[in-house]
Design a protein around this ligand. Sequence first.
Ligand SMILES: Cc1ncc(COP(=O)(O)O)c(C=O)c1O
Length: 336
Amino acid sequence: MGNTCDTVLDAIGETPMVSLRAFGSTVTPQLFAKLECTNPGGSMKDRAARGMIEWAEREHQLQPGARIVVCTSGNMGVGMAMVCAVKGYQLMCLVDAKINPATERCLRVLGAEVIKVYQRDETGGYHLTRLARLESLLEEHPDAVYLDQYDSPAAVEAHSASTGPEILRALRGEVRAVVMVAGTGGSSMGVARYFKSESPQTDIWLVDENGSLALPGNAGAAPRHLNGMGTSISPANYAPPEFHKFIDHVVYINAEESIRAAIALARSEGILVGGSGGAAVHVMRDLAAQHYGPEDNLVALLPDHGSRYTETQFDPDWLAARGINVPEIFNVEDEA
Ligand SMILES: Cc1ncc(COP(=O)(O)O)c(C=O)c1O
């Protein structure tokens, strides 16, 4: 007899780890993917969303109907909208023009109010424009509780308490390296913190998109194309000295390599993930070839499902408009 959940929130976590035998057939280490798309809101952000709202409940004694504000490029909003629907809170999601149309519709279906900014800031991203709008929004709604995912010990803690232990348990303590992507820092800093405490011999690799300002030592702002990955500010979650204590290596990647890897993963393993997941598996396979051997288990954390990106990263016109060269997006028949 199977288990039942009291609410959908009990279905968050315990995501599968899948061996990538075909994708990793050219390298000797064992490659594994942790599929965060199987969370009920469709991404690893469900974990952080639940953790942050439960923190707000403790800190602000939220009553039913309480108003919560979050700045999000998509997945965090979906996770929070799901949690708010279950708990009876009102969610205002501050998003930007880069949001996937499908994600925006999901937010609305889940009952969130979507507030969108269209103007790029001086870094070429939207974050600073969103912050300006946030200020006016909080003036309009003084009762609202703002949850800042860029500076959230609760988000880091959620991943430290769940994602990290799940990875180590699945491989019975034998994890040579974990590869994660950089965004607000909740997932990577949480998982890394857990590993540095429980398995300090595990190498922690962090992947960011070229042009992102997320990590200490970045090379400056430039246009970026991947959703969820990279930021136009430095999140407090990545502040030194913790950053240098928890993260061993940083690798930068571009959208083209990431999207091509996501397509290669889909076609070799049947695993359809977004471009940030493509970035993680691409780097994991490179590292496997250069740094690790047949005894080593490597794990990549894949943030979300690829079906959200059919109108963006997997759309030939969207790619062409941005000069991103992904010839395999066309099927053989299309080319004929
Ligand atoms: C698709 C995707 N990839 C990567 C990330 C980065 O995760 P984090 O914010 O935990 O650093 C996110 C976060 O929103 C995401 O939605």
